[in-house]
Design a protein around this ligand. Structure first.
Ligand code: NZQ
Ligand code: ZN
Length: 388
């Protein structure tokens, strides 16, 4: 196990009817930038409820609305201007990962003199940010409790993740009831995202990180148990609650501290979203089994770990490691494409040509260096082709 410094500072108010905790925003001043997406929070009534708590507590609201899925740098720039023009004290995101990610870079951009795109390209430039608060409405990215934000410039076909301590939210409210209205598509994609974050941490080359591995397995098993229940009955509180808490723990550092590994499926997916604006979790689900199978074929030294995954998660009783690993890949694919009903190929999510695969692979390879199995440009092209 590697050395590590544990720092997960976000205060979480988890459970039913916690919106009154927005009163805590007063600790950071009076002027709040309220950031939200395309309107789901208006439809559900959460917007009205939140605004009334903020007003009761004397908070003055400025709004940034319409944040896109795969949030754009243009929205971030708009938010930064609002902060500067209105002397905003803090940022409150209400929504899914896109809204929270946008709010994070707005908060950092408000404390930065240049263009906020600089902060997306170089996390080390993020020295400070306005206090960040969130109310989560979709279980997926873990942005409510982590140090990352992912922003796109679709004009340049670029989508990059950035990270800094200052981006960790000060407080997040997590009421599983707010996720009752999440569609089947987004519930499935969100589950695939949570599982992918867990896989990225689980398949590490650090030896002896036993606890971290078992915690990963607990998150995976929890997703496998509860996602089908949430799909069947969107208002099953415990199913929604378990998925929500898995989402936070998969990426807040708990699973990776001491077992660090460079992620590789995410950099590949970010290229798919950057060029084709697809749903993040669907891209991950399509790539993951292909990637696992590719690793089995190209680097036999990794087979025992994939076999162990199959035995511990899917109860595979096969003694031969290679056969067990390949069965694990099939089980993973079946779960994503049959149980969760996620499209299984790039074609099915609307990617109908391969013109950009080379340039995408070249960019993704930079992000993958040092991962579980280092992927070169040619490897990634092959993975894209197999996923096509
Ligand atoms: O915009 P609104 O109207 O709110 O609708 C959203 C959006 O259309 C809707 N939605 C959210 N909550 C809902 C709801 N609909 C009904 N009821 C609710 N309660 O769902 C749609 C998707 O929302 P979005 O925020 O885009 O989804 P998600 O949370 O999956 O975020 C995806 C983004 O996060 C990035 C992804 O790359 C992508 O850009 N990621 C962020 C990470 C991080 N910060 O650590 C890590 C991840 O790996 C990921 O890359
Ligand atoms: Zn993700």
């Amino acid at each position: 196990m590697n050395n590590f410094t544990y720092t997960i500072p976000t205060k979480i108010h988890f459970g039913k009817n916690r919106l009154g905790k927005l009163a805590e925003l007063k600790e950071s001043g009076t002027k709040v930038l309220l950031v939200y997406g395309g309107g789901s929070i208006k439809k559900s009534g959460l917007y009205d409820a939140a605004v009334s708590v903020l007003k009761e507590n004397g908070l003055e609201i400025t709004e940034l609305s319409g944040v896109e899925p795969n949030p754009r740098i243009e929205s971030v720039r708009k938010g930064v201007s609002l902060c500067k023009e209105n002397s905003i004290d803090m940022v409150l995101a209400i929504g899914g990962g896109s809204t929270i990610d946008c709010a994070k870079i707005v908060a950092a951009g408000a404390k930065y003199d240049g263009d906020p795109w600089d902060l997306v390209l170089r996390g080390s430039l993020i020295k400070e940010a306005l206090p960040i608060y969130s109310v989560l409405t979709l279980s997926a990215t873990g942005s409510e409790m982590d140090c990352f934000a992912v922003i796109s410039d679709l004009e340049k076909n670029e989508k990059w993740g950035t990270g800094a301590e200052a981006l960790k939210p000060k407080m997040s409210i997590m009421d599983p009831q707010y996720t009752y209205t999440v569609s089947k598509k987004q519930t499935s994609a969100g589950t695939a995202d949570i599982m992918s974050h867990t896989f990225e941490n689980y398949f590490t080359n650090v030896k002896g990180a036993g606890l971290q591995g078992h915690m990963c397995e607990a998150v995976l098993k929890t997703c496998i148990k509860y996602a089908p229940i949430a799909l069947e009955n969107p208002e099953d509180y415990d199913a929604r609650a378990n998925l929500m808490w898995c989402g936070s723990l998969a990426i807040n550092g708990l699973l990776s501290y001491g077992a660090e590994v460079t992620w590789c499926v995410h950099p590949m997916e970010h290229e798919l979203s950057a060029f084709y604006d697809i749903t993040h979790g669907e891209g991950l689900a399509i790539l993951t089994p292909v990637w696992m199978q590719y690793v089995i074929e190209k680097d036999p030294s990794k087979i025992p770990q994939i076999a162990e995954y199959g035995r511990n998660i899917w109860d595979i009783r096969q003694e031969d490691d290679k056969k067990a690993a390949e069965e694990a890949v099939r089980k993973t694919a079946d779960f994503f494409f049959e149980t969760l009903n996620i499209p299984s190929t790039l074609r099915e999510v609307g990617i109908t040509e391969k013109n950009h695969f080379e340039v995408m692979a070249e960019k993704a390879a930079k992000g993958c260096a040092g991962s579980f199995m280092t992927l070169e440009k040619e490897d990634i092209i092959e993975i894209f082709n197999r996923a096509f």
